[in-house]
Design a protein around this ligand. Structure first.
Ligand code: GLY
Ligand code: MN
Ligand code: MN
Length: 461
């Protein structure tokens, strides 16, 4: 049976052939030291894993236009395996990974010039692996040194990311199945955090409920369902901390009258999930919190409605921003006398005082996944950028089935003159992951409630 990895490598080979031939080469990620004798948990390179399904460090892949794949991997080594764990090794790799050739990574420098000889081009990821360009230069220099003996040296270099980004942007059935499961696990973790928050505040925990207590609940839920890591550092933000966009879970106390914003998702089998929920720590929204919450939720619904084939990547952002801007005028966050009507607020960008980020990003193996945000093959045109400046750029990407984007509007109110005091220090974001389908989109992360009433009911229960 042909594996998905073989199919993807065959697609790369076809693309090399269509471009006139060449050799594609790709290392996995390096191991990174944390501090003396202690390393960060190892995470493979997403591109490498996409083409191999292999998650050991110290590995390289080379693909030729004729479809021949060579894997370089760590050699078997009993001494090292006693300390670090079993290695697949080059002997077992062809059967396990369906590559034609497997060699010890110790032979990389010796063998790579031979693989590059008589190839018209070399493809490798640009600006992603420190020192890779220098390594490729060294191998090319060795090929060039043999020109007098009839060797031909590649005369062009291409960014392999460009090719793989386009492939990775549209998720196949195997990827969608994992993304669905990752979304379900993360949704369960948010449910657990909400329930824990309400229960602990009801019980009155000695020392109080802290952000890290809820982070621990998230991690517990991710891991007990087989997730290998969080997809990114979890944000658990109590009260005013929610207005710091890149806040981490710290040790601030969660107070009954305040909101808690959690932005957290697990990584499962190499695929991310990305959910934000904002809930009242004690289980009941105050009137001011609820007013803003309903605006953000309405903005998200408007964005979800236009997350469908044929719409552009920027359409959900524009739809969300319009609802948020109207809500800011209605609540007095922006004064109508000063800022005019919703179209004036959109044109002036005044809404950015309370909504300063984009409404989505591609998601997949990486939480901020690869893929062009502009439509390939289209012509640049003049338009206004986020700061109102005229720029020339290609039109935004057309959404197609299989693409996955987040939908994550928010409102963040810092204390300021002219801003109604009742809204000060409220930060709200609602984020779900949307798979574009034939007719619209499927939200992969709705296993956790999003309606204010449903959140309150869950936290009562
Ligand atoms: N959690 C990262 C993001 O929402 O973009
Ligand atoms: Mn996100
Ligand atoms: Mn997020």
């Amino acid at each position: 049976m042909t594996t998905i990895y073989q199919k993807r490598r065959a697609a790369v080979a076809r693309a090399l052939k269509a471009a006139g031939g060449g050799l594609a080469l790709l290392p996995t990620a390096p191991e990174v030291a944390r501090n003396r004798d202690s390393g960060f948990p190892y995470r493979h390179d997403s591109y490498f894993y996409y083409l191999t399904g292999f998650d050991e460090p110290g590995a390289w892949l080379a693909i030729e236009a004729n479809g021949h794949s060579t894997l370089f991997c760590q050699p078997k080594d009993l001494e090292r395996e006693i300390w670090d764990g079993i290695r697949l090794g080059p002997k077992a790799a062809p059967a396990a990974l369906a590559v034609q050739t497997a060699l010890s990574v110790d032979l990389l420098d010796e063998k790579m010039p031979g693989l590059l000889t008589n190839q018209p081009a070399v493809w490798f990821p640009f600006a992603t692996h420190k020192g890779l360009e220098t390594q490729v230069d060294g191998w090319l220099a060795k090929v060039r040194a043999r020109i007098r003996f009839g060797a031909e040296c590649p005369h062009s270099q291409h960014d392999l990311c460009k090719l793989l980004d386009e492939m990775r942007l549209t998720k196949d059935a195997h990827e969608v199945a994992i993304l669905r499961r990752a979304g379900a696990i993360s949704a369960g973790a948010h449910v657990r955090a909400m329930q824990t928050s309400a229960a602990m505040l009801r019980q009155g925990v000695p020392g109080g409920l802290r952000e890290y207590h809820l982070e621990a609940e998230l991690l517990h839920e991710f891991r007990r369902h087989g997730s290998q890591f969080p997809a990114y550092t979890s944000i658990v933000a109590a009260g005013a901390n929610a207005c710091v966009l890149h806040y981490r879970a710290g040790n601030a106390p969660l107070l009954p009258g305040e909101l808690c914003l959690i932005d957290a998702g697990c990584e499962l089998d190499g695929y991310a999930s990305d959910i934000t929920r904002t809930f009242p720590a004690g289980g009941k929204f105050t009137p001011a919190q609820r007013v803003l919450y309903e605006i953000v939720l309405e903005a998200q619904s408007a964005a979800v409605k236009v997350t469908k084939p044929g719409k552009r990547f920027t359409d959900p952002h524009d739809a969300a921003t319009r609802v948020l801007a109207q809500g800011m005028l209605d609540t007095g966050l922006l004064s109508k006398a000063k800022h005019g009507k919703v179209d004036d607020v959109l044109a002036s960008g005044a809404y950015r005082q309370f909504y300063m980020h984009r409404t989505g990003h591609w998601m997949g193996m990486d939480v901020h996944d690869c893929g062009d945000y502009t439509e390939p093959g289209s012509k640049p045109r003049e338009e206004k950028d986020a700061l109102g400046q005229t720029v020339r750029r290609k039109p935004s990407r057309i959404l197609r089935p299989g693409m996955v984007t987040t939908v994550e509007p928010g409102i963040y109110v810092r204390p300021a003159k002219g801003v109604p005091k009742e809204f000060w220090n409220i930060g709200i974001r609602i984020e779900d992951d949307a798979l574009v389908t034939a007719k619209g989109c499927e939200l992969l992360t709705r296993g956790v409630p999003v309606e204010a009433d449903e959140i309150e009911a869950l936290m009562r229960g």
